[in-house]
Design a protein around this ligand. Structure first.
Ligand SMILES: [Zn+2]
Length: 286
């Protein structure tokens, strides 16, 4: 599963959805991010972190609560869990929905796991922007990132200069927006502050490929802004054709067009809520 490895950072890519799990080792601690998906994949990440850990404390960082990202939680029972305050404060009902999604996935594919499926208990909940948390010489600094879902978190790990972004800035996926396009824009705008204040040497995304190129990081941010602005304009212009062309060339079109269509519905709902007219409501398009 390993797709990237250097002295401190190892990236694992699942066979499913090109989902990336990260293991970061500093002299002070080991941080595992979003270990997923399949039992043998979670096991590989578990064994790897055990093999390098030594006496260092283990932290489990969740970028957000989408079920694919928390599916491996109980394979790391001794880890201290870091996630956003919103992740921790989710209602019991919403937590139950997420657990149900994992159980439905496992039933669908007859998947058996060696650990229990439960919603993560957060030991270190993170509120606000720019808050830091240090273990020895390792510092994690956080920015809230709602929009994709309601509880995303950007994490900067210093002194390594790694930005863990969850489901933003992917080179594989256009913005998948479940909560709010306006929140989404605000979250991706925070990248400017982050790049200004911190020396970012690597961007790790939840799906697709990491990058170490500053220009590529900026390009991905711009691509997300462009997608959102184009979608709004095309909806107002009733340009059904233009909307489908917007994701032309995407890697997995049969699945991705569903996410694109759901985005369209969300944008239309936002227009209605703001009292703005919308055109091109092409119901029935999937
Ligand atoms: Zn994801």
């Amino acid at each position: 599963m390993i797709v990237w490895r250097d002295e401190h950072t190892t990236l694992f890519r699942s066979a499913l959805y090109e989902t990336v799990s990260t293991v970061i080792a500093t002299k002070d601690c080991v941080i595992v991010v979003d270990p997923c998906w399949l039992p043998h994949e979670v096991e590989e990440i578990r064994q790897y972190s055990d093999s390098i850990k030594g006496e260092r404390p283990l932290y489990l960082l969740f970028t957000h609560s989408d079920y694919d990202h928390i599916i491996g939680y109980q394979a790391f029972p001794e880890a201290k869990v870091i996630a956003s305050q919103a992740f921790a404060d989710k209602s019991g009902e919403k937590k139950e929905d997420i657990i149900e999604q994992i159980k439905a996935f496992d039933d669908e594919y007859y998947v058996t796991r060696s650990y229990e499926i439960v919603y993560p208990e957060v030991d270190i909940p993170i509120e606000g922007d720019g808050k830091s948390f240090s273990v020895g010489g390792t510092t994690l600094t956080f920015f809230q990132a709602p929009g994709h879902n309601a509880d995303g978190l950007f994490t900067i790990i210093e002194p390594l200069g790694i930005l863990v972004a969850g489901d933003y800035f992917s080179d594989l996926e256009f913005p998948y927006i479940y909560v709010s396009s306006h929140e989404y824009e605000k979250s991706i705008s925070k990248l400017d502050t982050i790049l200004e204040k911190y020396s970012i040497r690597m961007l790790v995304t939840g799906h697709g490929n990491p990058t170490r190129e500053y220009a590529e990081i900026k390009k991905r941010q711009q691509d997300s802004f462009d997608y959102i602005r184009a979608m709004r304009k095309l909806i107002q212009e009733k340009d059904v054709e233009g909307i489908s062309l917007l994701i032309e060339g995407c890697k997995f079109p049969r699945n991705m067009k569903k996410f694109h269509y759901n985005n369209q519905l969300l944008f239309e709902k936002e227009f209605i809520e703001m009292g703005l007219p919308i055109g091109g409501v092409n119901k029935g398009q999937e």
